[in-house]
Design a protein around this ligand. Structure first.
Ligand code: PLP
Length: 398
């Protein structure tokens, strides 16, 4: 058999590799911008060799793959393999389900922030608050972790999902649970605003407040409870679907957006919680742009709490697999103030971690960095959940 191009869904593979095992292969594919060899299959389309290539391409979301029964060399670009075909927004914005409203509404908007731009520098914000369930970037992982688990585990578990969350993943999973006839229970730290309990309950979930500062402090307890009660625990902190969904959709759609708008990003800045979205963006863009792009994370300053983000040393998975150019500390008041500044200058209400991203950007800018070219800020959520923090800030400072 010579080399053929077939739909990736036709192939069967007995072995499933871990994300870490195919990381280097994905790195190479993104760097090269295509593939250099076929997947080796038998006459029944079972993958018998180059499993790494198959697994890497599957995770990167290509539609087509080259196959052969013998090793060979070739070059096929990502475009020709339908790499970008998954991003297909509904042009007239009529959706056949609330689930479609999520993935056929992507890309989330990328908007020029005139208040932060100068003649030499344009600052763009990617507004993850436009996701429908939690008004946040976490809708993406809630969807992907949930559908992956359904494919993998089917009816093995009770139709009940437990998760430690600082709200957004909870709201996203509560939506997925509601749509699929599941119940949901979320464990929140005491540092999170009270409004979250109401929001989560409205979407049908139980809420348990844990007397700890950070979600990561009680993941093991949630895991134990889930095992005891035989419920699903997707564990956003460890679940590679978290990284993968951002690689396959968030980063990919952002590349399409900047290509279309002729944006040449010098830097991308975003907040880090599980580190899922910024690690995937770093991995994707560092490979596609050959290191010509700087990636910065933003974390809360020591002893400061900013919902959704936390300090790298509190433990996170994917950030250690990729390269960042720096991680910037931001105080809580700075984050709230910058969210308010954006609202007052740009008219959009953004969340506190988005405010932290603006603050991080301003710190880099005040060091003389990023004063030329395009800069992209990832704003993880909408501001509607943070009325309590906004109120407290206004009472103290105005
Ligand atoms: N900002 C907000 C508001 C969040 O809810 C989260 C995650 O929970 C983040 C930032 C951090 O995102 P990630 O977990 O992908 O690092």
């Amino acid at each position: 058999m010579s080399i053929r191009i077939v739909a990736i869904d036709k192939l069967k593979c007995e072995k499933e590799l871990e994300l870490k095992e195919v990381f280097e292969k994905m790195d190479e594919i993104l760097r090269v911008g295509g593939v250099k060899e076929p997947i080796i299959v038998d006459s029944r389309f079972n993958v018998v060799d180059n499993i790494e290539l198959y697994e890497a391409l599957r995770r990167l979301g290509v539609k087509l793959v080259p196959i052969s029964q013998k090793k060979a060399s070739l070059y096929l670009s990502l475009e020709s393999l339908g790499f970008y075909d998954e991003i297909y927004p509904e042009p007239l914005r009529v959706f056949k389900s609330t689930l479609e409203l999520l993935y056929r509404n992507w890309p989330t908007p990328l908007v020029l922030l005139r208040s932060l731009s100068t003649d030499e520098r344009r600052v763009w914000a990617k507004l993850e608050g436009f996701n429908p369930f939690s008004g946040s970037v976490k809708d993406r992982i809630g969807w992907f972790m949930f559908i992956n688990a359904m494919k993998k585990f089917g009816g093995t578990y009770k139709k009940f999902v437990y998760e430690a969350t600082s709200t957004n993943t909870g709201m996203a999973l509560a939506a997925m649970a509601a749509m699929h006839g599941f119940k949901a229970r979320f464990y929140l730290p005491i540092t999170i605003q009270k409004a979250s309990d109401v929001l989560l309950k409205v979407i049908g979930a139980d809420v348990v407040r844990v007397p700890k500062q950070l979600t990561v402090e009680f993941i093991d307890d949630v895991e134990r409870n889930a095992k005891r009660d035989k419920t699903l625990h997707l564990n956003q902190f460890e679940n590679d679907a978290n990284f993968e969904v951002h690689l396959r959709y968030t980063a990919k759609e952002l590349e399409l957006q900047i290509r279309e708008a002729k944006i040449y990003p010098a830097a991308i800045i975003g907040g880090i919680g599980t580190s899922g979205h910024m690690s995937a963006i770093a991995f994707y863009f560092k490979n596609r742009f050959r290191e010509n792009i700087e990636i910065y994370g933003v974390q809360p300053a020591k002893d400061h709490s900013i919902p959704g983000i936390r300090r790298v040393e509190t433990g996170m998975k994917w950030i250690h697999w990729v390269k960042f150019n720096g991680v910037i500390d931001t105080e809580r008041n700075e984050a709230v103030r910058e969210a308010i500044n954006i609202a007052r200058k740009e008219g959009i209400l953004i969340g506190l971690s988005s405010g932290a991203v603006v603050s991080g950007f301003k710190k880099l800018s005040s060091e003389g960095k990023l004063d030329r070219g395009d800069v992209i800020l990832i704003f993880p959520d909408h501001g509607f959940k943070y009325v309590e923090q906004f109120q407290e800030y206004l009472q103290k400072h105005e």
